[in-house]
Design a protein around this ligand. Structure first.
Ligand SMILES: [Mn+2]
Length: 328
């Protein structure tokens, strides 16, 4: 039996044997004819429930550790990103392992998926500390954390871990929103203050795809921002050159998935028109991977819409290609 992508390829006739065997094990009252869909499910069992369906239990060989965080208590408008990690992992299991863009497939043993991180409901800050603890362990083990959110406030926790460990990183922030409120709705730790908190830890920050910002930050931080319309005029390649020039060697890439245009990415809690596209992000990742070391990464704020799976596949594919470029 050959496994390719999410499918099991059977030798001719083999499927009939399997269905027959399954049928024979049933009791009489269960011997109703199987529907085509049921047969297809029996013949094509899904790969393991891990990122990309990778079949490896070996943490030590992993270069990347996926940390799913189903938490959206710091959301300020429409909640739902607590379902993001599950939707991304679920979709990622059906990605074709060979990528023509990478010219290869990612190795199963290079990516290890942790269990979902349980929420701490006491406070946003406590939850961020919990994330920080997990991420610190991953970086202590010399591995690259890939956090799947969850709302963007969790990124504060991840960056805190790098700071605690004294790591010298630049932050590349891709988002529709500048997230630069000092505080929002009485809290310094919501998803609207991520970059303000990050800025207290690291000076080197660039923000790309922004199209929603408060007046003070727009003036104060103009030099570190590529607004979405700047990006549109420059194109992805020039934009990547700008990012490369304005950041250090080791980068933490935080992606609020609402950086994408809502026509391509409707599954977000706070959509903004006139965004970037998937191709732009892939192009940026490819360029960055030639010049930078990936210290860590996150993909945040995917709030799946029931029945609309394309955005979930987009997020999963973005993770696959990004890791592929950087792991080389
Ligand atoms: Mn955003």
């Amino acid at each position: 039996m050959l496994r390719r992508g999410g499918l099991v390829l059977l030798a001719p006739g083999q499927e009939i044997d399997i269905v027959k065997r399954l049928f024979e094990t049933k009791r009489d009252w269960q011997k109703a004819p199987l529907s085509e869909a049921a047969i297809s499910m029996l013949l094509n069992p899904m790969p393991k429930y891990t990122m990309f369906g990778f079949d490896s239990d070996d943490y030590s060989s992993a270069k990347v550790v996926v940390l799913p965080v189903p938490y959206d208590h710091a959301t300020t408008y429409k909640a739902g990103s607590r379902d993001g990690p599950h939707a991304i992992i679920e979709a990622s299991r059906s990605i074709e392992p060979y990528s023509y863009e990478l010219g290869r497939k990612l190795e199963d043993k290079s990516v290890y998926t942790l269990d979902e991180l349980q929420p701490d409901l006491d406070s946003l800050e406590k939850m961020q500390d919990r994330v920080s603890g997990e991420v610190a362990m991953i970086i202590d083990d010399g591995k690259i954390p890939l956090m799947l959110g969850g709302d963007h406030s969790l990124t504060i926790g991840a960056i805190k871990a790098f700071k605690k460990r004294g790591r010298d990183i630049s932050i590349i922030h891709l988002d529709a929103h500048a997230d630069s409120w000092e505080e929002l709705f009485g809290s310094k730790y919501t998803h609207g203050s991520v970059i303000t908190r990050a800025g207290e830890m690291y000076e080197s920050i660039v923000q790309v795809g922004i199209r929603c910002i408060d007046e003070e930050s727009a003036k104060k931080h103009r030099d570190r921002i590529l607004f979405a319309d700047d990006f549109g005029k420059m194109g992805a390649e020039k934009a990547a050159e700008w990012i490369i020039k304005n950041t250090g060697k080791d980068v933490y890439i935080t992606i609020d998935i609402d950086v994408l245009d809502p026509s391509e990415m409707p599954s977000v809690g706070t959509p903004e028109p006139a965004g970037l596209f998937f191709r732009d992000l892939v192009s940026i990742m490819k360029s960055l991977s030639k010049e930078k070391n990936l210290a860590g990464m996150d993909i945040m704020e995917l709030a799946p819409i029931p029945g609309i799976v394309a955005p979930n596949f987009l997020a999963a594919k973005l993770a696959y290609l990004s890791l592929g470029f950087f792991l080389k």
